[in-house]
Write a protein that binds this ligand. Structure first.
Ligand code: EPU
Length: 421
């Protein structure tokens, strides 16, 4: 087990490169199960969730080669349609194999994901969509058994906008006979790139980037290549790192169109930002951090995956801020840890009320999930003294060697082995 030891208070400076997006890769990889060819995904991040997804596909029979962020997947020899409990309990996104396996092989056995660190995360919408497409769904010994003798196009409407359910329904529909429509589809960039990848394979999809997708099923799909998008949450996290430490930094390989809601909020808080093609310059030297309220929402709203980092930032503001999460009502496990560093925060229902303090003070804190870990690292960078962040295996799921990136910007952060849990 590793921990981070951070000596806070250093200003950051310089340029750092943003990695490919984890959440889009987690959809692009299982999409390759829809063909029986060679596929290439460029700009795949080297993070543990991606290794877990590659392992899952390898267990199904795919041949994988992962070098220097280029992932090649050959899906010609798929011999199993089972996503076992060991995988799904490690990573809920494993459920993304359901749609492709069912559509391509007429059968999928996928372990039902349990709760997650911040409460229930149901998959009812995924299952309802598969049923609409004509699949039978049964639950046996904790596994979803999905069967079909040929999916048929259908009208699917999601009452809640869901990234995962939209992705799964889309992957199933591309091989279903006839036309499928998906209304109230998620429009997150991770879904748009998935749809573009499926089109590269030969799928017929209209309305990409909108909440209404129309899919004309095809008989088979070919192998394809795609360049993955930059990770918008890593971009946002590093921007907040720069802002919290009142620094001037540049991020390379970004897509600022994907993070407009974050940029707007940062500017409201006092940050100066210049976007120049793939470069994003943040200047927060000498700023007074204003308190800025945030309510998370589906894209293009402020992402729930930046909620924890924003609370950490606001803990050092010169005012107050209310941060409301409308996507995940219970996602506040980071708050008691931030309080250990001296933050003043109260949580009521799905809102955190933050009263800015002059300084945070280093302490030992514990990560509870991926974005909670990121927020604790940010707080540690800005705090006085030494902060130890335990259980950083959560962070390693989704950030590619963040300590190296931060160190290259001048942060004093070290990864050390520990027996503490
Ligand atoms: N929901 C349902 N039923 C479903 C599916 C979702 O009620 O069948 C609800 C959820 O409980 C939630 C809302 O719908 O309230 C939206 O959830 P969504 O399905 O969009 O989330 P997801 O697809 O499971 C992805 C990301 C998450 C990110 C959310 C929201 C991946 C692999 N994960 O999850 O990322 O928080 O969208 O944007 O794409 C992270 O990276 O730290 C992370 C948790």
């Amino acid at each position: 087990m590793d921990k981070f030891v951070i000596n806070g208070g250093q200003k950051l400076k310089g340029t750092v490169k943003i990695s490919g997006a984890k959440n889009s890769s987690l959809a692009l990889i299982p999409a390759t199960l829809l063909n029986t060819s060679e596929n290439t995904i460029y700009n795949t991040p080297e993070v543990n969730d991606i290794h877990t997804m590659i392992k899952l596909l390898s267990n199904l029979g795919a041949e994988a080669e992962f070098n220097n962020h280029t992932l090649k997947l050959n899906t010609n020899y798929i011999s199993s349609q089972v996503a076992p409990y060991e995988h799904v309990k490690k990573m809920r996104a494993s459920v993304y194999v359901l749609g492709p396996l069912l559509a391509k092989y007429g059968y999928a056995k996928v372990s039902m994901p349990g709760g997650c660190a911040w409460g229930p995360r149901p998959i009812n919408l995924h299952l309802e969509a598969m049923k609409k497409l004509g699949a039978s769904i049964e639950l046996e010994e904790g596994y979803i058994i999905a069967k079909s003798s040929g999916l048929r196009g259908a009208k699917i409407h999601f009452d809640i906008s869901s990234v995962g359910a939209t992705g799964n329904a889309l992957m199933a529909a591309v091989l279903a006979k006839g036309t499928t429509s998906i209304s109230n589809a998620a429009i997150e960039p991770e879904i748009t790139i998935l749809a573009n990848f499926l089109k590269e394979m030969g799928a017929k999809i209209n309305g990409i980037g909108t909440t209404f997708l129309e899919i004309e099923g095809v008989e088979q799909l070919d192998g394809a290549s795609i360049e993955n998008i930059p990770d918008r949450i890593e971009t946002g996290t590093l921007l907040v790192a720069g802002a919290m430490t009142k620094s001037k930094i540049t991020l390379d390989c970004v897509n600022y169109e994907h993070i407009e809601s974050i940029l707007t909020k940062l500017q409201e808080s006092g940050a100066k930002i210049i976007c120049n093609n793939n470069l994003l310059e943040l200047d927060c030297e000498n700023i007074n951090i204003s308190g800025v309220d945030v309510t998370t929402a589906v894209y293009p709203g402020f992402p729930t995956d930046m909620q924890a980092q924003w609370i950490a930032y606001m803990a050092l503001s010169e005012g107050t801020a209310t941060i409301t999460d409308t996507i995940y009502y219970d996602r506040f496990n980071h708050v008691p840890e931030l309080i250990r560093l001296g933050a003043k925060i109260e949580v009521t229902n799905n809102s955190a009320f933050v009263k800015g303090v002059k300084k945070l003070k280093g302490a030992k804190v514990m990560s509870t999930d991926l974005r909670a870990s990121a927020c604790l690292v940010l707080a540690g960078l800005a705090a006085e003294g030494t902060t130890e962040v335990l259980r950083i295996y959560h962070l390693d799921r989704g950030y590619q060697r963040i300590e190296e990136k931060l160190r290259s910007l001048g942060a004093d952060i070290e990864r050390l082995p520990t027996s503490e849990f």
